[in-house]
Design a binder for this molecule. Structure first.
Ligand SMILES: Cc1cc2nc3c(=O)[nH]c(=O)nc-3n(C[C@H](O)[C@H](O)[C@H](O)COP(=O)(O)O)c2cc1C
Length: 194
């Protein structure tokens, strides 16, 4: 089972989140996980076509996905969308921003729509919101309280080795593991077709 993670990170914070997603996916036996950083060389379109799942990640810039991630989306129109090469593959998404909220839901919605346009099968985060009761804290899994995908928040004045915090990285790892587990079911259950 091949799981690709395609992400952009201008300053390294979303890259930490992407690595955590990969770490979570690798917990599942049989998962071959490939990380692609947009902007570091050519996009491996053949690897994406061969993947059973693609997890997309972008920082939130100006309340939406980054321009580099949008460039990737547009490039995929010719290389994958036109022939529906990603039809029925599993998809999921993650995003990271400087503000606690930062309008980052808009980034996940854009990624989910993009996956839908490719005919992909969206996997959500599958976690109850953390930090939402009197006994909650920022150390809770899903402390930001997303359903659509994994969210992280990185303090604007700190380097990626410090921020996003562990609970956000654990939330990202949860998404990676969940995608790998669902992909495994999907792949082993399929008998024909894409
Ligand atoms: C051009 C630009 C626009 C940004 N816009 C937002 C925003 O709309 N909301 C927000 O919360 N943070 C915003 N930020 C902060 C980034 O989301 C934050 O620094 C994030 O950790 C960057 O991830 P990266 O290191 O992977 O690039 C912006 C940063 C940049 C550079």
């Amino acid at each position: 089972m091949l799981i690709s993670i395609v992400y952009h990170s201008g300053y390294g914070h979303t890259a930490r989140q992407a690595e955590a997603v990969a770490e979570g996916a690798r917990r599942v036996a049989g998962a071959d996980v490939k990380l692609t950083s947009i902007g570091d060389g050519e996009i491996p379109w053949d690897t994406l076509e061969a993947s059973d799942a693609i997890i997309f990640g972008s920082p939130t810039y100006n309340g939406l996905i980054s321009a580099k991630f949008k460039e990737f989306m547009e490039a995929s129109t010719k290389t994958a969308w036109f022939e529906q090469k990603w039809l029925n593959k599993i998809a999921a998404g993650f995003t990271n921003s400087g503000a606690q909220h930062g309008d980052k839901l808009n980034s996940l919605v854009s990624i989910a729509l993009f996956a839908a346009q490719h005919g992909m099968t969206w996997v959500n985060l599958g976690l109850m919101p953390g930090n939402s009761s009197s006994t909650g804290s920022v150390n809770d899994l899903n402390r930001i309280g997303s359903w659509l995908g994994a969210m992280a928040q990185s303090n604007n004045d700190q380097a990626p080795d410090v921020t996003p915090i562990k609970s956000d990285l654990d939330t990202a790892a949860h998404l990676g593991q969940r995608v790998a587990e669902i992909t495994q079911r999907f792949v082993s259950g399929s008998t024909q077709g894409k």
